[in-house]
Write a protein that binds this ligand. Structure first.
Ligand code: MLT
Length: 261
């Protein structure tokens, strides 16, 4: 159960923001936020989650609980007691689990492209099919469909640099890690009942054109977390932090700076 490896970036100094990436990506998806926040008085720690990025693993499944425990162990190693936990999509499942297991270590939460409900039967089946397919055929077949479904039409038409970064991240993902994370997401808990218990300031961010984790998913979370605020970003899909970095960063720094007042 212990962390198998630790590949992470650690930039800047000040209050710590832990950045938890989405699937099937790696810590490099946070590059724009790391540069921005570390130049403005924040320490940014971004790990590669279990089985992804450089954090290789042979396990058949990587659960959200294991990933959350990995984050706590990394914080121990870096002597960080409490941090602002910021996730995107799968990173939000890990953030929900982390907040549940280690509530006293969470100073605030940022949830981008999040969904609280667990996987239903159809989602579990589709994740198992995708897990088998990547194990058999590798990631290449998934590159087009992932970039088409996760990015907004505007990003696809006008931001070739973002599209190619996304494609490269998918292509570089280890199929074993992708399959293990799919199985972990299939077995994730339903976090809906956790939401009312989250007692830290929470920023929820949604992409107006995110078809996989919709603004309605974000509203569901916003209605249940007592101290939350919701921002919906236009012309952004699921990878809103890469698609509209200026708007995302402005929302983030506004929220973070308020915490210190
Ligand atoms: C992600 O971006 O992390 C994925 O879309 C998560 C998921 O498949 O639920």
């Amino acid at each position: 159960m212990s962390r198998i490896d630790s590949h992470f970036s650690d930039n800047g100094s000040g209050s710590t923001v832990i950045l938890l990436h989405g699937f099937p990506f790696n810590r490099s998806m946070w590059r724009g936020q790391i540069e921005f926040l570390s130049a403005r008085g924040y320490r940014c720690v971004a790990p590669d989650l279990r089985g992804l990025g450089e954090n290789k693993s042979d396990a058949e499944i990587a659960t959200m609980e294991e990933m959350a425990r990995d984050v706590a162990e990394l914080m121990d190693e870096l002597k960080i007691d409490r941090a602002i936990i910021c996730g995107l999509s799968m990173g939000c499942y890990v953030a929900f689990e982390f907040a549940h297991m280690f509530p006293s270590r969470v100073e605030a939460l940022v949830l981008a492209g999040a969904r609280a409900e667990g996987a239903d039967k159809a989602e579990k089946k589709s994740r198992e099919q995708q897990a088998k397919r990547v194990r058999e055929q590798g990631m290449t077949h998934a590159i087009d469909s992932i970039s088409q479904s996760l990015l907004s039409p505007r990003t696809l038409a006008e931001k070739p640099d973002v599209v190619s970064r996304v494609r490269e991240m998918v292509a570089s993902t280890d199929p074993r890690g992708a399959a293990a994370a799919q199985r972990g997401m299939a077995t994730r808990r339903d976090y809906s009942d956790d939401l009312a218990k989250i007692d830290v300031p929470t920023l929820i961010v949604a992409g107006r054109e995110d078809g996989v984790r919709t603004p309605e998913d974000a509203e569901f979370i916003d209605e249940r977390i007592p101290n939350s605020q919701l921002i919906v970003i236009d012309d952004a899909g699921h990878l809103m932090n890469m698609e509209q970095p200026e708007i995302f960063n402005r929302a983030l720094i506004g929220f973070l700076n308020e915490l210190n007042h």
